[in-house]
Each structure stands twice: as C-alpha cells, then as structure tokens.
Design a protein. Structure first.
Length: 330
C-alpha cells in the first residue's frame, strides 16, 4: 500500500445557545440542542497521512508531538473513522480491517490553544474530513458532522458553514455567513485560569438541580435565537444569548463539585458590554467553559468595542473573527 494523504481546514465555532451535558456521554449525544456560528478568521489545518511503514500513530499539534490523553483522543478518533469505512473499502485494504493502519497527523492552529477558543471543535472537524478524504471515503455533510461529534461534541457544528444548528446526531447550516455581518471579539483575560475540561464538565451537568430547567427551556431559547438570526434582530439576539450563557454558567457553578470558570475581569467585561449596549452599541456577551468573554457585535461596532476592551484592566489580548464557512478538504 502506498501512503494516502489528505489535508482539511476547519474553523472553530462560538455557541450562541450552548451545549452543556450529554444524554449519552460516550456517544456525545447532547442533552440539549445548540446554535453557533463558525469563526472564519481562525483556522485549523490538519493533514492525515496513512503510512504502512509506521509502527504507531504520530500526532503533532502546532509543531509539538502530542502524548497522553490528547494523543489517545486523536488515535481513538482515527479508529472510528476507519471503522466507518464501507465493507468494500475495508476488504480492499486488509490493514483497515484488522486495525493495523497507522497515520501521521499534523495539525496547526492560527490561534493560541488553551485560551478558551475551542480548538477541539475545529481540530476534530478537520481531522474527520482529512482522515475520510485520505481513505478515499465520500460522505455526506451530515455523516461527517456526526462522525466529528464523536471526537468532540461541538466539532459537529464546525462541519457545516455559517450559522449552524445541532439538533441531535449531527449539525446543519441554518443560514450562510453573509446572512448577518456579526463579529466575535474575544477578550482574553489575564490571570490564573481554572482548568476543568468541557468533557469533565458535561459529565457533571446533571448533578446541578438547575440543569433540568435549563434543558426543558431549550426550545424557547432556540426559537428566539433562530428568529434573531432570520431577522438580524440584535436586541433579541443579545437578550437570548446572554441569558443562555448565564444559565449554562449557573448549572456549572451549582454542579457537584462546583466549577467556577469566571475571574474578576470576566465580571468587569460583562458590565462593560452591558454599558456599551445601553449607550446604543450593538454588542452582547457569551462565555464558554473558561473566563474569557466573547463579545458578539455587528461589524460596524467593531472598532468601538475593541477600543473599549483594550482600555480595560485585566484584558490581556483581543482576538476577532467574522462568521466563517464550512470545513473543507484542500
Ligand atoms: C461550553 O464540545 O468542547 O463550549 O464534547 O467533551 O469535546 P466535548 O465538549 P465540547 O463542549 C463545548 C462546551 C461549550 C459550549 C458549546 O460550545 O456549545
């Protein structure tokens, strides 16, 4: 067998309606539906090369060989991709059938890792597309999204483009990037960050008595968010995404054990964003499983929001991105 190589590009995404908790943890089937948009100015490029000469899989991210849990997670995902091959392909490649197919995975991000931008979303979306393409598998977008989900839940939302809805097994696009000129301005806060990974966090969601109320209310928030996107209604978007993020953090804070991702600067930025909005600037906040604040604004407000953020104590960096397209094979 010759080596078989392919490269794919995927973008991280920011959830407007959050995914938190799984009804099936192993399959990453979510407790609730979620909506996001892709961050087209931040990208992950991943090459997968199946090479019969390799005795073990090799994984490098941003120029560093990856080991331990992160390595296992990638290798496990390659096994899933190989497993998903149709019977005819498996029979034409015996190494695929008995699990001896080894790959060299090289992944690079244009954004810093570990700053609260979910590199696992773009990472597993790009890995899925590259691995399938390297094996010559043709899959639908829904199949690729469903496969990416098994690696990291939110990765299924990085497969389709623009504004994306993840209902259960896979995600679909509900509007193209040009639908609404929104920008995500990410305020990276200084200080020591508590690191409880989202996988661990999802597993704790049901220990909070608030999770059931949050899950039962999902259809309402989803509907408001879809309306806001369809009509480019910023006031509506702001009220529903801020409430949604606060509901997720209320669950996180009241889980057992309790997790608090916020630091003092997180509160200051929330206040500043609300103050800006009161003065007429179309900006709203959302916060993932970390202390950084994603300030979602209309593109014409970009300069003003960035200026305000840079002036704040505790803001270490500011990263921005427009709405991006789907993941693709290069
Ligand atoms: C807070 O998709 O990172 O960003 O499935 O364990 O990889 P795993 O979790 P992940 O969880 C994302 C959580 C979130 C909210 C969201 O993106 O919807």
């Amino acid at each position: 067998m010759q080596t078989q190589k392919a490269t794919a590009i995927a973008f991280p995404n920011i959830a407007l309606i959050k995914y938190w908790g799984n009804r099936d943890q192993a399959l990453r089937l979510p407790s609730n539906e979620s909506i996001s948009f892709n961050l087209g100015d931040l990208r992950t490029t991943t090459s997968v090369e199946f090479d019969p000469r390799l005795t073990r899989d090799e994984v490098s991210i941003d120029g560093h060989a990856v080991a331990n849990h992160a390595y296992e997670r990638v290798v496990h995902h390659l096994d899933r991709v190989a497993d998903s091959a149709p019977a005819a392909l498996k029979h034409s490649m015996p190494a695929l059938l008995d699990g001896r197919l080894r790959a060299r995975v090289v992944s690079n991000n244009t954004f810093p890792m570990g700053v609260g931008i979910a590199s696992s979303a773009s990472g597993f979306a790009a890995l899925t597309l590259a691995a399938c393409a390297a094996l010559g598998m043709v899959k639908t977008e829904a199949e690729l999204s469903g496969l990416a989900r098994l690696g990291s839940g939110s990765a299924c939302r990085s497969v389709p483009g623009g504004f994306v809805l993840w209902r259960d097994a896979y995600a679909v696009s509900i509007a193209p990037p040009r639908q609404w000129n929104l920008v995500d301005i990410i305020a990276i806060v200084a200080g020591k960050h508590k690191t409880v990974g989202s996988t661990e966090g999802h597993a704790l969601a049901d220990t909070s008595p608030l999770q059931i109320a949050r899950v039962n209310d999902t259809a309402r928030r989803l509907n408001l968010c879809e309306q806001a996107i369809a009509h480019c209604d910023f006031e509506l978007l702001a009220s529903v995404i801020e409430q949604d993020a606060l509901m997720m953090h209320a669950v996180i804070m009241t889980s057992q054990p309790s997790i608090i991702y916020w630091v003092p600067a997180t509160f200051s930025i929330i206040e500043a964003v609300r103050e800006l909005r009161r003065s007429g600037v179309p900006v709203a906040f959302t916060i993932d499983a970390g202390p950084n604040v994603h300030c979602i604004c209309e593109a014409h407000a970009l300069k003003q929001v960035k200026q305000a953020l840079w002036q704040m104590d505790g803001v270490r960096d500011v990263i921005q991105s427009d709405v991006g397209g789907p993941a693709y094979v290069v």
